[in-house]
Design a protein around this ligand. Structure first.
Ligand code: SF4
Length: 343
């Protein structure tokens, strides 16, 4: 549905735009744990978690609170071993991020005596801290002038400015960051950026926004908000099959594979095999999960039906009653829990 075009852009009167936004937030802002603190470490943890997971999941399933209980400060995180670290992150996926978070903590200790810097350049030199996260730390922890552009902000700005350029292209990004900088409130950085993000989550949401309830509607240039933000192209999801083996020895132990490689080192899962190797084995379980651009059908086969079996060097027999204490990707945890209960 076309809505009438209104003349005054936010760029023509940034003060009035900021005021409308911040006032609305003061009356309507939600209470999140990371909004109750200005501790940069706690804010960094929330930012990294929210890069990949919905707020409702992070809060509802207790990820944020549990992680901060296990690793309450940079010192404990910097000293953390892989096993408890991955365990505390389990269910969030993208394990590379929590290892990088530990690298950030180590750099804060080694290079800044355990205190987060506040200058943009120094923040961006920390491992894993890019332009967005550095801006978020300046705004939310230090309440200093900053530019903070996440997916919510991109959507709001592209609609406010009726911007037809793809927001995931270089030119589009450059323009939106420039507008974000012009509009940002240097005196109320923390509340302004919280407000802009909240607007994107609650009102100027993906799909059909709630323009009637929008506190900055009088600045908004678009007549077709549902068509924005423009994107270059949709991600193509590819369907793949993954074949895993369910094998228990005479003592009842379960065979697990310890993952290697930088990203997944230290995680455990069922051993996997190529189709040809397991063809003919009975299938015990089938489930679906999505990772990056893959939709995976995980099929678990009964390996006890194999005549000859030699575990690979990275495959280890684990006591069945303690396997669930190991860190493992959620799809494997679910199927192992199911099969341990059934078999
Ligand atoms: S909610 Fe509607 S009026 Fe408000 S910024 Fe988004 S598109 Fe514009």
């Amino acid at each position: 549905m076309l809505k009438p075009r209104l003349k005054k852009s936010a760029l023509e009167n940034p003060k009035a735009f900021r005021e409308a936004l911040v006032q609305w937030f003061a009356a309507n802002g939600r209470d999140y744990p990371w909004r109750r603190t200005q501790e940069p470490y706690a804010i960094l943890v929330s930012e990294v978690m929210l890069q990949q997971t919905q707020i409702a999941t992070v809060l509802g399933r207790g990820f944020y609170t549990r992680f901060l209980e296990a690793f309450p400060d940079v010192e404990t995180l910097a000293a953390a071993d892989d096993e408890p670290l991955l365990k505390a992150w389990e269910g969030l996926g993208y394990y590379r991020r929590v290892r990088m978070l530990r690298e950030t903590a180590r750099a804060v200790i080694a290079e800044h005596g355990g205190e987060f810097p506040t200058e943009l350049e120094a923040l961006m030199k920390l491992p894993g801290v890019g332009r967005y996260t550095a801006g978020a730390l300046r705004a939310f922890a230090a309440d200093l002038p900053a530019v903070v552009v996440d997916g919510n902000v991109l959507r709001v700005l592209s609609r406010l400015m009726d911007f037809a350029e793809p927001v995931d292209g270089t030119a589009g990004q450059k323009q939106l960051w420039e507008w974000a900088e012009t509009l940002a409130d240097p005196a109320r950085s923390r509340s302004y950026h919280s407000a802009l993000m909240e607007l994107g989550q609650k009102i100027c949401r993906p799909g059909v926004p709630d323009c009637l309830g929008c506190p900055v509607a009088k600045f908004c240039q678009t007549r077709e908000p549902e068509s924005l933000p423009a994107k270059r192209q949709k991600t193509v999801i590819t369907a793949v099959d993954e074949h895993a083996l369910w094998l228990r020895d005479k003592k009842g132990r379960l065979l697990l594979h310890r993952e290697g490689g930088k990203r997944r080192e230290g995680l455990w899962k069922l051993p996997t095999r190529e189709t040809a190797e397991i063809s003919g084995l009975p299938q015990l379980d089938e489930s679906l999960y999505t990772i990056t651009r893959y939709r995976v059908t995980l099929r678990v086969h009964d390996g006890t039906a194999m005549k000859i079996f030699h575990p690979a060097p990275d495959e280890v027999w684990q006591e069945a009653d303690s396997v669930l204490a190991l860190a493992m990707p959620s799809p494997f945890r679910r199927v192992i829990t199911r099969l341990l209960g059934e078999i």
